[in-house]
Ligand binder design. Structure first.
Ligand code: MEV
Length: 433
């Protein structure tokens, strides 16, 4: 059977579904129903979602949860989180409550600069290129004024453009390396438009001035933003870490050991940082930001010294437990999905309509809290106890358990270890009674 098609994007939504279902799915009636079950009955809302991307056939839901009691810089937030992993919101809420009782989180924005580059090739004299660049730098900025004037009115814009010689890596390779302040916007469109304008001016002027030609390869922002950095931290007396019969000193020692291991051992560091991203991505997604950009930038930052390491750090000094993280987060609270997606608007309102810098602090704290929760479980009870308790509902749903069955089984597993087979056994037993 021919499984390729031309002109798919031009088909109506229902024709697209017909084609997908008849070409790829075995039970086409059931499949079509499932796809349609996720349509929104509000036609206007459905059209909004249809038009976010091309070739939309349905909506893909994620749960939107809220982790309350996050005390950050003296202000209490309920943090919206969009995520499918059972234990993440529960863990965030637990860590938030734990630190609320110990003075809360502190967060500080260290810097807010974003980067974009025009990559180009040139095989003439570097001195001539440098002279040429210096002579037209102000014109590069001036010609981008139609793009930058509104941003400048608000206090942002182009900070600087540098010429960078990259010929040690690739023959003839140079960059215009530009820095930007985009305020409350994530700024991808703004930066890319500026860069494309720089490239146009640069190439046109070079043609009349330089004897060797400039070949523009591409103009694009960088998602590596080590100078768009936020710090989140917590601290308390070691003895105040006591909870649930945990020996505070032993806990602090083991916690610091666990962080130290993630600082030196890449296999552990990746999982450690994955746990941090559970918190970060969930808030980034709920607030309509680009989680792929954040992921790429954060992991690059985790390997900034040439080895992939833990993003968080911990120490005990003079009887004080300190736990902190610095992380690059280029986030926006205006533009993009933030003004389009109704649930994103609600999420931002729950957070008090934050500026981008405030959102950076909240997101960093969510990551730190998530890591605290994971390490607390890992170094005490082990992770599976909590995970499997949360996963219990997923298993029950797989077996279409009704409310009565759920109640009985959740009760049973309050005092028994949750494993997949134990849950299946309990369901079978209940159903044969
Ligand atoms: C699971 O999603 C995240 C953890 O593996 C993180 C960690 O190991 O630190 C629990």
């Amino acid at each position: 059977m021919n499984k390729s098609i031309s002109g798919f994007s031009k088909l109506s939504k229902s024709k697209k579904i017909d084609w997908i279902v008849s070409t790829y799915l075995s039970n086409s009636d059931v499949a079509k129903n499932t796809i349609k079950q996720y349509f929104n009955t509000d036609k206007k809302l459905q059209r909004l979602h249809d038009e976010f991307i091309e070739n939309t056939i349905s909506n893909y839901y994620l749960p939107l949860g809220v982790a309350p009691n996050f005390l950050i810089n003296g202000y209490t937030y309920a943090v919206p989180m969009a995520i499918e992993e059972s234990s993440v919101v529960a863990a965030a809420s637990k860590a938030a409550k734990f630190w609320m009782d110990r003075g809360g989180f502190k967060a500080t924005v260290i810097s807010t600069t974003k980067i974009g580059q025009v990559h180009f090739m040139y095989n003439g004299s570097f001195d001539n290129l440098k002279l040429f660049f210096n002579s037209i730098k102000s014109e590069l900025i001036e010609n981008a004024k139609p793009i930058t004037k509104n941003m400048e009115k608000r206090g942002g814009g182009i900070i600087d453009i540098e010429l960078r010689d990259k010929t040690e890596s690739i023959d003839g390779y140079y960059q215009l390396h530009a820095t930007f302040e985009t305020l409350d916007a994530m700024g991808a469109n703004f930066i890319n438009s500026c860069l494309e304008q720089f490239a146009k001016t640069f190439k046109a002027k070079a043609e009349n001035t330089l004897s060797s030609p400039i070949e523009i390869v591409m103009s694009i922002l960088s998602n590596y933003v080590p100078d768009c950095l936020v710090r989140a931290e917590v601290s308390c007396n070691v003895e105040d870490l006591t909870e649930d019969n945990i020996d505070a000193e032993a806990f602090a020692r083991r916690f610091v050991q666990a962080v130290n291991i993630a600082e030196v051992e890449p296999h552990r560091a990746v999982t450690h940082n994955k746990g941090i991203m559970n918190g970060i991505d969930a808030v980034v997604l709920a607030t309509g930001n680009d989680f792929r950009a954040i992921e790429a930038g954060v992991h690059a930052y985790a390997s900034k010294d040439g080895q992939y390491r833990s993003l968080t750090h911990a120490k005990v000094e003079n009887g004080i437990f300190n736990f902190w993280m610095e992380v690059p987060l280029a986030l926006g609270t205006v533009g993009g999905l933030t003004s389009l997606h109704p649930l994103v608007k609600i999420a931002l309102e729950i957070l008090g309509k934050p500026k981008a810098t405030e959102l950076m602090q909240i997101v960093a704290v969510a990551g730190l809290a998530q890591n605290f929760a994971a390490l607390r479980s890992l170094t005490t009870t082990g992770i599976q106890e909590g995970h499997m308790k949360m996963h219990l509902m997923n298993i029950l749903n797989q077996f279409d358990a009704n409310n009565q069955e759920k109640e009985a089984i959740v009760n049973h597993f309050k005092t028994h270890a949750v494993t997949h087979s134990a849950v299946v056994e309990a369901i079978n037993e209940l159903r044969t009674k």
